[in-house]
Design a protein around this ligand. Structure first.
Ligand code: SF4
Ligand code: SF4
Length: 350
């Protein structure tokens, strides 16, 4: 197996990660925490047979990265776990849920296997120019599930010279996180971004953002919606709102990319911000990432419920910048109280 033995052996088995891993907190099994997973990966390099327990251990990591942040040996466990998933998929070893998710994406170019038009939410197509300085990368979740957020985001970005590529495909994140190849989707999106002549791609989804940034050619500049809007606050004509909100840091925008201040700057230009009990680099994971939402729904919702315990009292909204976090936190009981940052900005520009 092509796994980074040096990184695996760097784990000194101190167990610090047991304090932080949100999956371990729910299940209590050593195989469901970072250290256990690394020991299993080491076992795989020595011939351990990948049975269903091993697949469940490796596939129940949300790739939240809080272990990376706190590991005294300086290793990056989610990177190791993703590469182990990849090696196992290459051997044909995967869970039924992994197989379903990848089948949907390969068949229809989106995580839902949805055959509808990806741009059905955009009523006026005259806004779509062939060439533009910026491309808004909508992502599967906002294209099919949170279409109002997609419309609000595009309405905010359009005046700055932003278009959408005509045949956007899944960015590849769910495939890459769960061990599959995403090359054909990356190539198709890249070709269209180049055709648009855009300097920058703007993403409103933490998962898409991290994938565009880290797995696409470096010639494409990538910005998240909060980065882009925070540089243009004075041009947005924001009206103050008499609201108090809190902000949930999505793991893939926060810990993975260190985007902490920009969403807060935008919120504070609109209304009051009350921080969650854990925030920024210490923010608790919503439990939805890394394929866990689709593969282990109950576990994923337990983690989301735990995250909701961090919400301060008397807030009007829980604002975030990732549609997967929105879906998981809503389903865990927060309902419509969870909104996207773009929806808050849209309220302040009406
Ligand atoms: S904190 Fe790091 S070194 Fe310690 S057991 Fe966890 S992964 Fe290994
Ligand atoms: S990335 Fe998160 S879920 Fe995965 S092992 Fe590390 S702490 Fe646990």
């Amino acid at each position: 197996m092509n796994l980074d033995l040096k990184a695996i052996n760097q784990c000194v088995r101190c167990g610090s990660c047991r304090t932080f891993c949100p999956v371990f907190e729910q299940s209590g099994w050593e195989s469901a925490n970072t250290r256990g997973r690394i020991m299993i990966i080491k076992g795989l390099t020595c011939g351990l047979r990948p049975d269903s327990h091993i697949l469940n251990s490796l596939n129940s990591c949300t790739t939240c990265g809080i272990c990376t942040e706190n590991c005294p040996a300086g290793i990056n466990p989610p990177e190791l776990i993703e590469s182990a998933r990849r090696e196992l998929v290459l051997l044909g070893k995967m869970t039924a849920q992994q197989a379903d998710l990848s089948r949907n994406i390969y068949a229809r170019g989106n995580t839902f296997g949805d055959s509808r038009d990806r741009l059905s939410w955009l009523k006026d197509r005259s806004f779509l120019t062939k060439k533009a300085d910026y491309v808004y990368f909508v992502g599967c979740m906002n294209s099919y599930r949170y279409t109002d957020t997609a419309a609000n985001t595009f309405a905010l970005l359009r005046p700055f010279g932003t278009t959408i590529i005509p045949e956007e495909q899944c960015c590849g994140s769910p495939l890459l996180r769960t061990g599959f190849d995403a090359r054909r989707f990356i190539d198709k999106n890249c070709m269209q971004i180049e055709d648009a002549g855009a300097q920058t791609v703007i993403s409103g989804c933490a998962g898409c953002y991290t994938t565009l940034k880290k797995s696409y050619p470096h010639s494409i500049e990538v910005q998240s919606v909060p980065e882009f809007l925070s540089e243009r606050i004075s041009e947005l004509n924001l009206k103050p709102l008499d609201l108090t909100v809190t902000y949930h840091d999505p793991c893939h925008l926060g810990r993975h990319n260190k985007i902490y201040e920009q969403p807060r700057q935008i919120i504070e230009a609109i209304c009051r911000l009350k921080e969650m009990k854990t925030n920024k680099k210490d923010a608790r994971c919503c439990g939805g990432g890394g394929g866990v939402r689709s593969g282990y729904r109950d576990l994923s919702l337990q983690m989301a419920k735990k995250r909701l315990e961090d919400v301060p009292e008397d807030v009007d909204f829980i604002v975030t910048t990732c549609p997967l976090c929105i879906r998981n936190l809503r389903d865990a009981g927060a309902g419509e109280k969870v909104i996207d940052l773009a929806d808050l900005v849209a309220m302040a520009t009406r």
